[in-house]
Write a protein that binds this ligand. Sequence first.
Ligand SMILES: C[S@@+](CC[C@H](N)C(=O)[O-])C[C@H]1O[C@@H](n2cnc3c(N)ncnc32)[C@H](O)[C@@H]1O
Length: 271
Amino acid sequence: VASVSDTRWVPREIDLTRPSPARVYDYLLDGACNFAADRELVEQMLVTMPWVRDAARLNRSFLRRGVLFAAERGVTQFLDLGSGIPTVGAPHEVAAKVAPEDVRVLYVDNEPVAVAHTRMVLADVPGVAVLESDLCDVDRVLGAARSLLDLDRPVAVLLAAALHFVPDELDPAGVVRRYVAALAPGSVVVISHATLDPEVPGDIAGAVEMSRRMSTAGTVRSREEVTALVDGLDVVKPGVVFTSQWRPDQATAPGFVHGSSANLAVVAVKR
Ligand SMILES: C[S@@+](CC[C@H](N)C(=O)[O-])C[C@H]1O[C@@H](n2cnc3c(N)ncnc32)[C@H](O)[C@@H]1O
């Protein structure tokens, strides 16, 4: 992993004084690919939402369980949309535990620093490719996906903590529908999404306000809106729940408030 002090790998046109979702999330996960502006924003978020670091970890561990769910059903092709900066538990590593020979992953992100870092870290990993693109540019992403993945076989579309950076005007549910329409039956959709569900403690409105300082602001959505993202698909048990409640493989600490996961999780399958 590149060190933070050496920024020669950072694309030149990037404004490192503006926090970005990818680097903020990387700092929350104790990663090494973030800058002063990202760290300052996180420190401010921690004042009103002391659970935000745990929420990031819980999201990452939900993503891992979602990938395992798909891999255990025999799905070995992954389209990771809004993939961020590679950190522990990257989907190609998780899926390889189930299918060491076959895994293919296209990582897609629109943040140049995340993409540059992903290219650097994954350069020699077979079966893995990286695309810099807006995930809403469905035709472009699917065009690139066709050169790595066989779309006649099931694919798992991973949208972990990504769709809350897609505003309503860009119709996130429509974006999901367009991906699903292009995929084979048996394909899996794994979504986590920041929520304004009343069970989330703390100042969510304030958090949204803070997120406006990032290169992409966030849009938190209700349980109904998150449920609508997988309309027409078979939602697997336990349905739309907080990330910490989706088939947990570890006990949470006594007194843990699931709402402090702050992200709803859902996994659904195309019939
Ligand atoms: C919070 S991170 C989540 C990373 C990873 N999916 C995870 O859950 O561990 C959100 C990522 O989505 C990316 N992103 C936001 N909007 C996007 C868009 N319209 N197209 C592609 N990527 C996007 C950000 O750059 C960031 O890397």
